[in-house]
Design a protein around this ligand. Structure first.
Ligand code: NAD
Length: 254
């Protein structure tokens, strides 16, 4: 029960990694506020969590809106009495080279993947300081560190998340707030599977093919990334701050 008495915010909590993480955090004693644009996803997750005896609330909204990001933090403090952990997990993946990237794709990638983190961290740090410290985990990607092909907006936004994390990690370690990022390679979630579907491929077959490219034998399941995020959010990682942690199954970026 590493999170007994702790309050956590998880963005994108209704998605692949998000759900696994909310199950993990609530299962280990945290009260969790989920921020996600999917009302249906939040409602079905709440049923699961409540059936398992966990404590969870959600606020549906669009992370591109500053007022929504600020409301997520304010309502978490109001409802649960504070905030100890912020996991900026929500993300989107526009695909294409620069010549295939519209203004809208570019701005949306930066707004969801990066600027929402800026609003959420800026709002969450003062209440964390008031509790004597906390932990922030941002989701970057190995493609933020070693850009993959034909995803310029995505790779740029995730690269900025890595720098943002290191900056905050340095600035707020003296406040007892550890800021780290997780940089996963491929994960078996709706984000990855919808990409295969869009290309007319069977997602199960495509994942089986992809598994052969990973030295550890398979791409990550959402729980395998959630476990790393939970570690970074817990006091077990108390000497890790301002780091980007690559989680790849030993697969290099091609
Ligand atoms: P997912 O698509 O399953 O979940 C993303 C969640 O974010 C969804 O529930 C979605 O509703 C929510 N979301 C998206 N835009 C939003 C917005 N504007 N406002 C509020 N909520 C919004 O994706 P996932 O694979 O679970 O991804 C989790 C994180 O991991 C993302 O940051 C992603 O970039 C990163 N990542 C994923 C992979 C992968 O292969 N799946 C690899 C590396 C990094």
């Amino acid at each position: 029960m590493r999170f007994s008495g702790k309050v956590a915010i998880v963005t994108g909590g209704a998605g692949g990694v998000g759900k696994a993480l909310v199950r993990k955090l609530t299962g280990e004693g945290a009260a969790v506020m989920v921020a996600d644009v999917s009302a249906e996803g939040c409602q079905s997750l709440t049923k699961d969590i409540e059936a398992a005896g966990g404590a969870m609330k959600f606020i549906v909204g669009d992370l591109r809106e500053k007022t929504y990001c600020e409301r997520v933090v304010a309502e978490t403090v109001e409802h649960f009495g504070g905030v100890d952990v912020l996991v900026n997990n929500a993300g989107i993946i526009p695909r294409g080279t620069i010549l295939e990237t519209s203004d809208d794709m570019w701005h949306t990638a930066l707004d969801v993947n990066l600027t929402a983190m800026f609003y959420l961290c800026r709002a969450a740090i003062p209440p964390m300081k008031a509790r004597g410290g906390g932990a922030i985990v941002n989701t970057s990607s190995v493609w933020g560190v070693y850009p993959g092909p034909q995803h310029v907006a995505y790779c740029t936004s995730k690269g900025a998340v890595a720098s943002f994390t290191k900056s905050l990690g340095r600035d707020h370690a003296p406040d007892g707030i550890r800021v780290n990022a997780v940089c996963p390679h491929e994960i078996n979630t709706p984000m990855l599977r919808s990409g295969f579907e869009r290309r007319g491929l069977d997602p199960d077959q495509a994942v089986a093919e992809l598994n052969k490219t990973v030295p550890l034998g398979h791409i990550a399941e959402p729980e395998e990334i959630a476990d790393v995020i939970a570690f970074l959010a817990s006091s077990e990682s108390r000497y890790i701050a301002g780091e980007t942690v690559e989680v790849t199954g030993a697969k290099p970026v091609a």
